[in-house]
Design a protein around this ligand. Structure first.
Ligand SMILES: [Zn+2]
Ligand SMILES: [Zn+2]
Length: 290
């Protein structure tokens, strides 16, 4: 198979775009797609101070690399979750990436709060981890004057979120599907510049440019049947993911949902919360060793 642009050996045929690309032509193709999403949906602005959250996985590494190449003003935040060798490798990758991009890196250690993800009961581990990450990134961004937090969420992540939370009746989550939220009530603006990109597109990008990323899966991640279902649909209907996320954004913009809860300040840490004590402080109380 030959590259549709330069006739060199192609690394992949991208069905949704009906194009085959080589290692040299792919990165620019990808960067153009990311740039177009950012402009079309007003996801980021060049004047903003952006906190790019890098876990070390291919998606967040692709996000930080692409933003820097497109001329955005980023600094990297890595959260060390204390998941044995997996976290050690992840932190090393985030540091390598920051060095390669020549951008500042900040590392927040969950262990400073008295627990790590390895201390959490197995069943609840993913929800505790998600809460901890959201809490720590928002707190860091707010205390250090960042305008916006950028994450590596993909089209698959958005569709999974929709299947798991909205289809089961949680229509209050629909507005959360937008790729850019603005800062309010102590919550810093959030951006998902890769929301139209698939994991495969991100993987091809990091591989074609030798961007550092961790290949290991998180040892706590369970098998996700929904994820497999999404892959199956994409195989039968190429382009499904991109079309579906565009539909989700339209839905998110057109639906007005009344807030069912009032935002307060956590009595312990002062962060924005829906209850008197925020979910993160409750976890610190429960799992903390101090
Ligand atoms: Zn080419
Ligand atoms: Zn709190």
């Amino acid at each position: 198979m030959k590259c549709s642009k330069c006739k060199e050996k192609a690394i992949a045929y991208l069905k949704p775009y009906r194009i085959a690309l080589c290692k040299n032509c792919y990165p620019n193709f990808y960067l153009n797609l990311v740039s177009r999403s950012i402009k079309k949906y007003g996801i980021l602005r060049k004047v903003e101070r952006i906190l790019a959250c890098v876990s070390g996985g291919k998606d967040s590494s692709a996000m930080a690399f692409a933003l820097k190449k497109l001329g955005y003003n980023i600094e990297i935040l890595h959260i060390d979750l204390g998941i044995k060798e997996y976290s050690v490798k992840s932190k090393k990758v985030a540091e390598e990436l920051a060095e390669e991009l020549d951008v500042p890196i900040h590392v927040v250690e969950l262990s400073e709060y008295g627990f790590t993800i390895d201390d959490v009961d197995v069943k609840k581990v993913c929800s505790v981890c998600g809460t901890a990450k959201r809490y720590l990134m928002n707190r860091f961004a707010r205390l250090n004057g960042f305008d916006v937090i950028s994450t590596g969420h993909t089209a698959e992540d958005l569709i999974l979120f929709f299947f798991k939370n909205v289809l089961s009746g949680g229509i209050e989550w629909i507005p959360k599907l937008i790729p850019r939220s603005e800062s309010s009530d102590g919550l810093i603006a959030r951006a998902r510049p890769l929301f139209e990109r698939s994991e495969k597109e991100n993987m091809l990008f990091v591989l074609s440019l030798n961007v550092p990323f961790v290949t290991d899966e998180c040892p706590h991640a369970p098998r996700d049947v929904w994820k497999e279902i999404i892959y199956d649909i994409e195989i039968k209907k190429p382009g499904f993911k991109q079309n579906f996320v565009r539909g989700l954004i339209k839905l998110a913009k057109s639906v007005k949902v009344e807030k069912e809860w009032e935002l307060k300040k956590c009595r312990i840490c002062g962060e924005t919360s829906s209850s008197d004590i925020c979910a993160f402080c409750r976890y610190v109380e429960k799992f903390g060793r101090v």
